[in-house]
Design a protein around this ligand. Structure first.
Ligand SMILES: NC(=O)c1ccc[n+]([C@@H]2O[C@H](COP(=O)([O-])OP(=O)(O)OC[C@H]3O[C@@H](n4cnc5c(N)ncnc54)[C@H](O)[C@@H]3O)[C@@H](O)[C@H]2O)c1
Length: 244
């Protein structure tokens, strides 16, 4: 028996990195998984797995969210789980960030999860149950020079708490994960990656970088009924880095 048998799950950013790992794990645990991503070519690869359906979604588009939520509900009869995982990153120095950079970062990383909850939670509320897992970042809690990226992840943290106290009354739980540095295409693309990643491993009590599965396993627990009384919780997954 799988831990997500009979569940219908939407995972944004499901075509790469952490999201792809969640798609694999959730489907292995019995869920029907909708991998929603803006990258259609990468979606083709993940949707070849059993019980995985790739659907195009720009998380910054309210119209896209409206259409996706309706299509999933019409096709599969319900929505049980939403993981707001899609995101972009940037290492742009503080003094070079302009209003367009700020707006793009906020609309994908901040408005994306907000709009996802706005359009998916009502379908969950209709069956008086559902689990939403939002992916913030350890950089929402400590500096690390990620500037507007950190700010966007701070928005995820705050809006998740607000949503937990709004949708909780309708049976819908909202919890947040704060990954440390995880080895994915996103971190591999960092320009300062080698030097920064080396320093981070040294400064991490568990002496390694995180793997996508480290986040997927925590998301699985929060998505499943095993966590049915957990709402508004925040879990840092960074090998102890930010505990110092
Ligand atoms: N990798 C890390 O170290 C790390 C640390 C903390 C938090 N996170 C967060 O975890 C999440 C996943 O990161 P990852 O490392 O797997 O990155 P990734 O780049 O491997 O994957 C991100 C996915 O999001 C998709 N995406 C980007 N913009 C989108 C949009 N507008 N609409 C829909 N999909 C879009 C991309 O196409 C990609 O498939 C992100 O929110 C990221 O900020 C990552």
């Amino acid at each position: 028996m799988g831990r997500l048998d009979n569940k219908v799950a939407i995972i944004t950013g499901g075509a790469s990195g952490i999201g792809e790992s969640m798609v694999e794990l959730f489907s292995k645990e019995g869920a029907i998984v909708i991998a929603a991503d803006i990258n259609e070519a990468a979606l083709e690869k993940v949707s070849q797995k059993e019980n995985v359906y790739g659907m195009k979604l720009n998380v910054a588009s309210e119209e896209d969210w409206q259409a996706l939520a309706k299509e999933v509900n019409d096709r599969f009869g319900k929505i049980d789980i939403l993981v707001n995982n899609a995101g972009i990153s940037s290492e742009k120095p503080y003094e070079e960030i302009n209003i367009d950079d700020w707006g793009k970062m906020m609309s994908i990383n901040g408005f994306g999860p907000f709009a996802g909850m706005k359009h998916v939670a009502p379908y969950m509320a209709a069956q008086k149950r559902g689990s939403i897992v939002n992916i913030s970042s350890y950089t929402a809690q400590i500096g690390q020079g990620f500037n507007h990226y950190s700010a966007s992840k701070g928005a995820v943290r705050s809006v998740s708490r607000a949503a937990a106290t709004t949708f909780g009354y309708q049976g819908v739980r909202v919890n947040t994960l704060f990954p440390g540095i995880i080895e994915t295409p996103m971190t591999k693309s960092l320009e300062t990656s080698k030097e920064l990643l080396g320093r981070l491993v040294q400064a991490t009590p568990l002496q390694r970088l995180g793997q996508p599965e480290d986040i997927a396993n925590a998301a699985l627990f929060l998505a499943s009924d095993e966590s049915s009384y957990i709402n508004g919780a925040e879990l840092v997954i960074d090998g102890g880095f930010s505990a110092q």
